[in-house]
Ligand binder design. Sequence first.
Ligand SMILES: NC(=O)c1ccc[n+]([C@@H]2O[C@H](COP(=O)([O-])OP(=O)(O)OC[C@H]3O[C@@H](n4cnc5c(N)ncnc54)[C@H](O)[C@@H]3O)[C@@H](O)[C@H]2O)c1
Length: 422
Amino acid sequence: MNVAVIGLGKIGLTLAAQYASRGLSVIGCDINAALVESVNNGQCPVDGEEDLAERLTTAFRDQRLTATTDTAAAVATSDVVVIIVPVGLTGDQTPGGQMPDFTHLDAAVADVARGLRLDTLVVVETTVPVGTTRGRVGAALANAGHPLLLAASPERVSSGHIFRDLRTYPKVIGAIDEASWTKAEAFYSAALEAPRLLRVHDPETAEFSKLAEGIYRDVNIALAGELARYADAAGVDITEAIDAANSQPYSHLHQPGVGVGGHCLPVYPHFLPGDSGARLPLAARKINDGMAAYGVSKLEQALGSLKGATVLVLGLAYRPNVKEASYSSALLIDQALRSRGATPLVHDPLYSDDELAALGLDPVAALPPGHTDAVIVQAWHDAYADLDFAAFTGCKVVLDGRNTLDRARVEAAGVRYLGIGR
Ligand SMILES: NC(=O)c1ccc[n+]([C@@H]2O[C@H](COP(=O)([O-])OP(=O)(O)OC[C@H]3O[C@@H](n4cnc5c(N)ncnc54)[C@H](O)[C@@H]3O)[C@@H](O)[C@H]2O)c1
């Protein structure tokens, strides 16, 4: 089976390596020529993805994976086309004004249409608004004169342990008809070790399941955030309370923190149409985006004032060990600190000083830093495991924005510990 994967990013490249490791013949397609070149040179352009470099080396050696910028040509030789280019949001920052941005998807589909054969299955794995696979992708391919084999199968994995997730999670698939399902079933049975293929009624149900999954988590974290604020007021430790609550099988509270970043959870609530009638998802977005300022206000209270204070933010990445800064809470923390007269510095071992500066941040190249009055933990990378706050000159307070540090260890370093709801 020949497979074309359109979009060789963190997810697409890993999917390509997965399919190749199952013996399929894979062509990865991307508009980024440097990325394509590195794959064709047997190099792994993604850091921190468990087992990816090894699988790429094997795929390269066995000639199971090549890459190209010529999507139409690759599609013309493929039995299955998997589309995994991003759909993000338009830049409009007004409340409720952010809309899905289909630029990359439309361009990719136009290229696919130029090469598509009659018997080739197209699967949309990108997370998309309900109706996109049939109404947008399907319509564009049909306009180009193609009878369609088409399905939606949103990718549910998380960066860092994608191969594990592919092995562990059922693969949700919704096809437009029986012929499309039959081909999708054959493809995913060959390409994955998934515990089961979970067929849903149609592509719309598959698309919606992924939105529901993401929005559930965002809303759940917002609830945890609001409970954490109350825990602070009531003098209760939220982590202990959540552990106790979750010991009953109907409670599944997530952990509060200084915000929710990444290009998934903050994005998907905006994929519901304005007239959906759903009020909670966007309310939760607001609450989650307010947690950065809430954390900073806790720090301000502890220090008395932030005017003139130097505050080191640990971790630009939206979560530990993943080089992805979209909608990172670090950016909101930086803004909140500046608006209170503090000087924020940012450290992240995954980013160069130039990359941090390009986002308008003041980088700290090495730890311990020079004088700093306080630290905010935004993403606790593995590289931070041995940090000793006693070596941080001037540091009086650590705000553990992820409730992840060992409180006793911070306090043993002579530094005050603050958490979110603790
Ligand atoms: N990152 C995650 O943790 C995650 C998890 C689950 C699902 N997803 C889904 O996967 C999508 C992609 O995520 P990612 O992390 O791989 O993104 P990414 O930004 O790492 O990679 C996207 C790739 O698509 C390429 N691209 C853009 N336009 C193209 C075109 N017209 N033709 C070919 N290639 C094109 C880009 O050059 C880039 O290499 C997300 O938008 C989301 O829907 C992501």
